[in-house]
Ligand binder design. Sequence first.
Ligand code: PMP
Length: 304
Amino acid sequence: MEDRDGYIWLDGEWLPWRDAKVHVLTHTLHYGCGFFEGLRAYKTEQGVAIFRLRDHTDRLYRSAKVLQMEIPYDKDTLNQVQREAVSRNELEGAYIRPMCFLGSEGMGLHAHNLHVHVMVAAWRWGTYLGQEAMHKGIRVHTSSYTRNHVNSLMLKAKANGNYLNSILAVREAAANGYDEALMLDHEGYVAEGSAENFFLVRNGKIYTPDLTSALEGITRETVITIAREQGLEVIEKRITRDEVYVADEAFFTGTAAEVTPIAELDRRTIGNGERGPITAKLQSLYFDYVHGRRNDKPEWLDHV
Ligand code: PMP
C-alpha cells in the first residue's frame, strides 16, 4: 500500500503518498483508540461523485463524540479534503479512508493532551469480496467470536479497536474455507458481518437485526430506504442463526461490500443458493443510485 504515487492529506497538508508516515510511538497504533470512515466514489455521467459523503462525515463526528476526541477541523473542510483526495489522485472510482488518531506525544493509557491527528487517503478498490460474489453470492460461517458487547466497546463509534474482533472473525472464516463471518451478539442473536450489516428475506419480507450490537451502516440505511420505496416491508428485529438457515435470501451491505448476496451459511444453502430476486433488485437499485443513474436523491451524491 505504501509504495505508490499519489497524495495523502495529513493534518492540513497534502503529502506525497510515500511520505505520509507517523512515529512508531503513535498512541492509536498501540491501543486502538481512534476512529475512521470508509466511503466510495463512483463514476457517474456527471463526473465522479462520492456516495453519501456528508452522512459518513456526520458519523465520523459521532465517533469523535463517543471517544471524546475532538476533531480539529470542521465538517466542510473534511468534506472538501475527501473530494480533493479523489480528484488529486485522479481516481474515477475510489475507496476513501479518513481516520482520526492520537499522536505520539505521550504513552500509556493515562496519557493526556495527545493531539488528534487526521488523515485522508483515497485509492482504487474493486469489489470487496470479488466480482463473482456479486451474482453468485458468498459462503459464510457463524463466527466462534462474539460480536463486541455494547458496553465493552462503543458500537456507535467506528473505532479502530473494534476491528480486532472483526479481524479474528475474518481470519477464522478464511481458515475454515469461508468468504466471510456472521457474528452473533452476546445473547446469540445475529448482529452483523465483520464489516457489513446483515439482511434476510423470507416470504417476501425483509428482516435485519436492530442496531444494538451492529454499526449504524449507511448502506443499510440506503437499502432500507430503497426497499421501502419499492413497497417492500423491512422489519428490524432479533434474528437467530437458524432463521438464516431457512431464509429465502440473505445478503450483506456495506460501503466496501456494497450489496453482496449470501449463498450459504454453515453449509446450509440459502434459498436456491443463488442471488435471490429481491437481493438482485436491491443490488441493482443500489448500483443505480451510486452511479447517478437515478436522480431522485441528489443529496446522496457529492461530485468531486
Ligand atoms: N458493520 C461494520 C462493523 C462495518 O465495519 C461496516 C463498514 N463500515 C458496516 C457494518 C457497514 O457500514 P456502511 O454501510 O456505513 O459502510
